[in-house]
Design a protein around this ligand. Structure first.
Ligand SMILES: Cc1cc2nc3c(=O)[nH]c(=O)nc-3n(C[C@H](O)[C@H](O)[C@H](O)COP(=O)(O)OP(=O)(O)OC[C@H]3O[C@@H](n4cnc5c(N)ncnc54)[C@H](O)[C@@H]3O)c2cc1C
Length: 421
């Protein structure tokens, strides 16, 4: 019977309780590896991010990682919980006249379209004792004369572990300690992005739902503005189905983006951003224009601005800590959302990282062999993430530029290309 070393009682320190960090935590719980999750938000619901996500190529890996008691409830987090799988088409329209440029069927793969907030809440299931809220990670130490790593937080507390995983998103602090911003800066994308979610009634939304009942995107050939529309919840899921049609409610996600002229100022208030969305949609086809000019109230908020930039774990990786510190999810590869695959890549990261962690927590390893096994396992993990992530980041950037150029939107566009790896 193998005896695990004392080091194997040290936890994996997961920095960030986003969906990638929580999925990793659930997977570690399932295989019995000790872990702690540290989140800078003070509570689970302190900053809801109301967009919907399509889980497609990462779905098999996700289902294999999660404990059955959690995966059994994924459907309840879907935008339409009544569907086992999302079967919506992928549609791109001309925003000037609503002409359909392409309508692609969902293909043979299975997909689920989930509400990010509901899905994240599900991923917290059973982790109450493992998630520490209000913990802003600021630093780590990994002394040469020790085999552990210590995470340091802004409140002065610190925690020792065997591995530290930065899953702290697009502006990762863990990443900035491994790869300085001066030497490895994110690449800014010169596109301005505003997004919001909105409650609308049946009569307000019916003309748009006739274009597609679930989601569509479009480009305006002259202004180069891109629009994203997706249903977040509908009368059948929010309890308004029994009301008269005029009172039934849909919640929809609306995003606009456009090439940024260098001198364009992005206003700071929600009211000014609503006005900006209206200006950008002035020349949209009347049904689309009406969403911004009639359904969107003057005092609506929040209207979020996302500053688009991308980054990927470089091929020349920093292994100075001997594999004690690594990255996953948006922290390892920040990609713009125009191909809708950032989280799917995060799932694949988690899947590969769990395989590496199993090697590190192998109870037959002696204390002497553990450090070497960890360095090798994390090196191989990061090699794969860097190769896969860099091609995905590049493809998403290309898709981002394509969706703002009508003439680029054809069957060869990066928006439609299959995943490379
Ligand atoms: C509008 C939109 C639509 C999208 N659609 C899709 C889609 O359809 N399919 C898809 O695959 N992807 C999609 N994505 C991308 C997807 O949302 C991201 O890839 C995913 O959310 C990344 O998850 P994450 O856990 O790595 O990062 P995050 O969700 O950003 O989580 C990071 C967490 O770390 C915490 N944190 C940050 N800094 C610290 C610190 N110093 N200390 C402690 N905690 C910290 C944050 O508070 C946060 O909770 C979309 C993105 C957007 C914006």
């Amino acid at each position: 019977m193998p005896h695990p070393t004392n080091l194997h009682t040290k936890p994996v320190l997961i920095i960030g309780a986003g969906i990638a960090g929580l999925a990793l935590a659930q997977a570690l719980k399932e295989i019995g590896v000790p872990f702690l999750v540290f989140e800078r938000d003070t509570a689970a619901n302190s900053r809801l991010q109301g967009w919907a996500l399509t889980i497609h190529f990462g779905l098999p890996e996700l289902l294999s990682l999660l404990p059955p008691a959690v995966s059994a409830h994924i459907d309840s987090t879907q935008v339409n919980p009544a569907l086992a799988y999302d079967r919506s088409d992928s549609i791109l329209i001309n925003l000037a006249d609503c002409g359909v440029k392409w309508r692609l069927p969902p293909g043979s793969g299975t997909r689920k379209r989930v509400s990010r907030d509901r899905f994240r809440k599900l991923l917290m299931d059973g982790l109450t004792d493992n998630i520490l809220w209000g913990k802003t990670f600021v630093d780590f130490t990994a002394p040469r004369d020790s085999e552990t790593v210590t995470a340091v937080f802004s409140d002065g507390s610190s925690y020792e572990g065997l591995l530290l995983v930065g899953v702290d998103g697009a502006t990762s602090k863990v990443r900035s300690l491994l790869y300085s911003l001066e030497s490895f800066p994110p690449t800014p994308i010169p596109i301005t992005f505003l997004g919001t979610s909105l409650h609308v009634t049946g009569p307000q939304i019916r003309p748009v739902l006739d274009l597609d009942p679930v989601l569509f995107q479009g480009c305006h050939p002259q202004s180069a503005t891109w629009m994203w529309f997706s249903v977040m919840d509908s009368p059948s899921t929010n309890g308004t189905a029994s009301l008269p049609y005029d009172e039934q409610v849909w919640r929809v996600q609306l995003c606009l983006s456009w090439p940024s002229p260098g001198d364009e100022e992005i206003p700071g208030t929600d009211a000014e951003r609503v006005q900006m969305m209206r200006r950008k949609s002035l020349d949209f086809e009347p049904r689309l224009k009406a969403i911004f000019h009639e359904a969107l109230p003057d005092d609506h908020g929040p209207v979020l601005r996302i500053e688009l930039a991308d980054w990927c774990l470089p091929s020349q990786r920093n292994m100075e800590q001997g594999g004690r510190v690594t990255l996953a999810g948006g922290a390892a590869h920040t990609m713009v959302m125009y191909r809708g695959e950032g989280f799917n890549h995060a799932i694949v990261d988690d899947y590969k990282l769990v395989a590496a962690i199993k090697r590190i927590y192998d109870p037959t390893l002696s204390e002497r062999d553990l450090a070497r096994a960890r360095e090798q396992a994390i090196d191989e993990y990061e090699f794969e993430v860097s190769a896969r992530g860099s091609s995905a980041v590049a493809m998403c950037r290309e898709a981002c530029f394509d969706v703002h150029q009508w003439e680029k939107l054809d069957e060869n566009s990066a928006v439609r290309k299959k995943r490379v790896l």
